[in-house]
Design a protein around this ligand. Sequence first.
Ligand SMILES: [Fe+2]
Length: 155
Amino acid sequence: MAVMDQQRMVERLNDLIALDHDAVGAYEAAINRIEVEALRMSLREFQNDHLRHIQDLSRVVLGLGGTPRQKPDVKGFLLKGFTAITSMMGNEAALKAMQGNEKLTNRTYEQALKESWTEEVRTIIERNFRDEQRHLAFIENSLRMRSWEQPGAQV
Ligand SMILES: [Fe+2]
């Protein structure tokens, strides 16, 4: 299969960048809702992964002669971010919102891998997808274990 043309590649990469921007905002909202320090630290790491995705994908877009997407406007939000993760939410509700968000980022990265990328770009997208799988697995495990209720969690 032929590699897709550069303009299409830029567009698809910018879609991923927009989603990663959204994820950074959604994690910020969730971190502000969660009272357990250990959980907050993990979510902060995931947020940093999304920031790295933006950097890596933006570098590729620039290399293709494109313009990397900046922060999406409010209407462009795909994920449950600042608006949906409200101050009324506790640990569980905030984690559930992030579970929904991570399902969407996982689906989106999985879909993106069906496109015919150059090897170099595919390697980056695969690495990002592995991060997404790790994020979702962690959040689902936390929800299953109700990790915020474990002894010593409220530290
Ligand atoms: Fe993620």
